[in-house]
Design a protein around this ligand. Structure first.
Ligand SMILES: [Zn+2]
Length: 419
């Protein structure tokens, strides 16, 4: 009995082994139909662009050439002049074809037959917007549309060797990021006294259309190390007002901009005694001179009202802004003034342009800062930050801050580059 069971077990095992090897032998064959199945073409999803089914047409893509008109393009694609004329007239409300500019992209959707007659003409004034002209046999029409802009998170870091602008452009990053950074840090980092070795790390948005980067969006978070000190900035929406806040939830904005120009250098600081290059004698200099090319826009450093906009022998074209009962600012030697007495200005508004009118050796703006009727050195003044994170937003802000801080801290900042 035991022997019989043993025999059955052995037979079963043998059969099992045999069965496995047989099935593995056949599995080679059974793989073949599997591969064939995989080779059966999948159902192709129709591709749409500009709301048109791309696959049903022969699509011609090109750039508008200099002096090329819509008629030149459409005549080539078998559209008679009378239809073109009708199209131009009847779609004028949607888009005036005289606004078509050389260098911009266009696409012609032609019939997918031997005629290759234009059915649609698509004009792209930029990478986002487009206008579709429908060219029917009896009717014509047009509509406008725009491509979806996707925001992609990017990070960058660097060490400044010359200027922030130069460092970013060396790293092949849009100068817009330098402008954005200088706006965020206008109240905390003195970009005119930037030190070699100052560092930055930035998390920012890149705008992407059809997988192609078309520009820079907003900065999400940043850290700027200036004279050895770290300045964090986190973007946060508080009461539907976006602002940048520091580690402690204080706004990075202060009452005034550090300087009336975006990019320049201090050519002469505030001093009680200096040798005047034109008058050739020692006299106090109650302002800060910012040298910049003629025509550089001069910004009001804070909100205020224009109390003087005129010309004098020494000051040349000058403007004076009253910000509040304590502070006034004055801007001298302008090539041109851009405001009138009584105008209300907002911080950053362009009130004039750099020049060398009056007593000046070269193009610069002499910036004067008045506190309680006295001219003081604005670079030595300390201003309180504007509205901090409110109590109700504190927890939300802390959570966002922790996430972004971790992101910033993990960016490798040994050299300039994109990660
Ligand atoms: Zn001066």
């Amino acid at each position: 009995m035991a022997g019989k069971i043993k025999h059955i077990v052995i037979t079963a095992v043998l059969l099992l082994v045999l069965g496995l090897s047989v099935s593995s032998l056949f599995s080679f064959e059974s793989d073949i139909p599997a591969e064939v199945v995989e080779n059966i073409p999948e159902i192709i999803e129709p591709v749409y662009e500009f709301g048109l089914c791309v696959d049903s047409f022969k699509v011609i893509k090109a750039e508008i050439k200099p002096n090329q008109f819509l008629a030149d393009i459409l005549l080539k694609h078998h559209i008679p002049y009378t239809t073109i004329d009708k199209l131009v007239r009847e779609t004028k409300e949607v888009f005036d074809v005289r606004k078509i500019r050389s260098g911009n992209n266009y696409q012609v959707f032609c019939s997918n037959d031997s005629l290759e007659k234009a059915k649609y003409f698509v004009y792209q004034p930029n990478l986002v917007d487009y206008i579709v002209f429908e060219i029917g046999d009896s009717t014509v029409s047009a509509y406008k549309g725009f491509k979806e802009v996707v925001l992609r998170e990017k990070t960058t870091f660097g060490t400044i060797n010359s200027s922030l602008y130069q460092t970013l452009s060396d790293a092949d990053i849009s100068p817009k990021l330098a402008v954005e950074l200088s706006n965020i840090y206008a109240w905390t980092v003195d970009f005119y006294r930037i030190q070699k070795g100052d560092r930055y790390k930035v998390v920012y948005e890149e705008r992407v259309v059809d997988g192609i980067a078309i520009g820079i969006g907003k900065i999400t978070a940043a850290i700027f190390t200036h004279w050895g000190e770290d300045y964090y900035a986190y973007r946060f929406d508080q009461n539907e007002q976006e602002d940048y806040f520091d580690e402690n939830g204080n706004s990075l904005r202060k009452a005034f901009l550090k300087a009336p120009l975006k990019f320049s250098r201090i050519s002469s600081g505030y001093t009680l005694k200096r040798y005047h290059p034109v008058q050739k004698r020692n006299k106090p200099h109650y302002g800060t001179d910012y040298a910049a090319p003629k025509g550089t826009p001069i910004m009001a450093v804070g909100d205020g009202i224009i109390i003087a906009s005129s010309y004098s022998k020494y000051n040349g074209n000058f403007v004076k802004v009253k910000h509040n009962s304590t502070f006034m600012t004055q801007y001298l030697h302008m090539s041109k003034r851009n405001c009138k007495v009584g105008n209300h200005v907002r911080q950053g508004d362009i009130i004039g342009y750099v020049g060398s009118t009056g007593l000046a050796t070269g193009p610069h703006v002499c910036f004067r800062f008045w506190k309680n009727g006295k001219q003081v050195d604005h670079l030595k003044e300390k201003f309180p930050p504007s509205l901090p994170i409110e109590k109700t937003y504190k927890a939300e802000y802390e959570k966002l801050k922790a996430k972004l801080k971790n992101k910033l801290d993990t960016i490798d900042n040994k050299e300039t580059g994109i990660s």
